[in-house]
Design a protein around this ligand. Sequence first.
Ligand code: GCV
Length: 635
Amino acid sequence: MNLENKAAALLWIAKFEDLPDPIQLSLKEKADLIEEEGYLLQFEKGKVIVTSKSDIGLLYGTFALLRKIQTREKLEELSEIENPKIQKRLLNHWDNLNRTVERGYAGFSIWNWHRLPRHIDQQYIDYARANASIGINGTSITNVNANALVLTPEYLEKAAALADAFRPYGIKVYLTARFNAPMVLDNLPTADPLDPEVQQWWKDKTREIYTYIPDFGGFLVKADSEGQPGPHNYGRTQADGANMLADAVQPFGGIVMWRAFVYNEHTPTDRIRQAYDEFKPLDGKFRENVIVQVKNGPLDFQPREPFHPLFGAMPETPLMMEFQITKEYLGQDTHWVNLASMWEEVLQSDTYAKGPGSTVSKVLDGSLHDYKLTGIAGVSNIGTDRNWTGHQTAQADWYAFGQLAWNPEQNIEKIAEDWIRMTFSNDTEVINTMKGIMLNSYEILVNYMTPLGLHHIMARSHHWGPGPWVTGGGRDDWTATYYHKANSDSIGFDRTETGSNALAQYAAEWKEIWGDAETIPLEFLLWFHRVLWNKKLSTGNTLWDELAISYQKGVEGARWMQQEWNKLEGLIDPDRFKHIASFLKIQVNEAEWWRDACLLYFGQYSKMPLPEGVEAPKHDLNYYLNFKRNFVPGI
Ligand code: GCV
């Protein structure tokens, strides 16, 4: 586009090479700093200029400008070069081909497989546009508990139609690969990754996929975990499995995202040790186009976990982050909790891999270990609900994920404020009230669910509500009692040298901080230590009292959120005001449910009275033990 004759325009959106010569000249130095997906926003000679080197950079820049307009930033002060810090920024959908969504709480899958490829729903395009507006550039469209059918022509045609819809927005499609697909689809006698016939099968299959989707991103794989087949079935390593697929996609420029969420009930060690024990010895043994995808913590998206010890421990193997945007363990669809607060805590955790300052965020952006491939994934929270995410405020988590994927160092308060301004209002009272709720919500939720480092104490299977009593059932590592080990004198999991020694997987600095039950920050006390019920803590309270007070604090926090929200009546449109008010009522009730159920259950062991200020439970323990609901979503 020639802009010479549009000199009167106030806004120029053009690739750098298309800007008029004088503007090119004055912006040259800045433009040199723009990378492939980056952009420059500049107020120059009375004009707002959005420029880039690529079409996608221009799109990202335009969305950034819209954001600035919506949040009322001063355009006359624009001078900003933005490049994404992480290369692969993906959503992971755990969507099944029958349109249910594993751990999805916002309706059904938005992929209408039956109508595809015949019908391209507008929602696919809205989806791509929404993602592009926050910098997402890839999507893995099917569940990691994978169905091999997605690799057949019937489904590849459908996936290709989605890829076509997403392409203009810079979003690549990735598929989940079921490890034994050669057996399932073509009756091969084995899926052994070292078997030449199996290797050839994957090469042929991959070539076929690229005929449907020429810019196919690659595979995402869950193997040897929770019943999924994998290289272990053939006595092979995770590297053997990943490398076989990597060789298949390599000629086409594809990558393999191989999940580190590998554990099983037959390994006699603490479940949280297993991924590190398995992957650390494989460092450097993966092909260059493999990236190992690691959950934020070593267990499974609990309300609070220490960062995963693999971060910082694999200098020769690119690692990417897997966050869960859907709130499987954090109240699911009806609790308001600002996930960016949790993510920031993890991203800013220091691995000490190369001395102080070796944060998880620097592992992810590749700067710490000079990774050539970098990535981050968020397990999607969207579905067919009219508002996309079930809870209106869960949109903020999708938004924040995109922002942190673009730049994991971003300030989460600014992210929250921008989201409020763009989604609700630029009114100061609305902004401050909502921001207050959001920035406090994470700590509040942790207090009413899993304070002091408790973990995995939710109900069995659907994971909705408390279940500290969950025990038996064939898999110890899927029970609550395996993790809290409460008895009449103490509670907690000893992960120091005298216990599972999972602590040994962290740097010496953390061993010192977390290894001592006297000095460990209380948030991880019971994650790493067994503690006597009557032990006096740094707060001056006994452990039991501290636990009870924390639960009570959580409930009071939820009530405070409700009161704060109610102040906004009249300042927010009535529909969304009521929707959120109604969900907050549920949240308060469920916070009380968590507190009462957990304190009654643990109280049987501590045999200590509730401290002053902690409300008496509404029912007896039997009520909570027998509280059952059918068809809880997400499974
Ligand atoms: C997709 C947890 C969830 C499972 C999920 C698994 C995983 O265990 O409960 O639903 O499976 O994590 O991340 O693979």
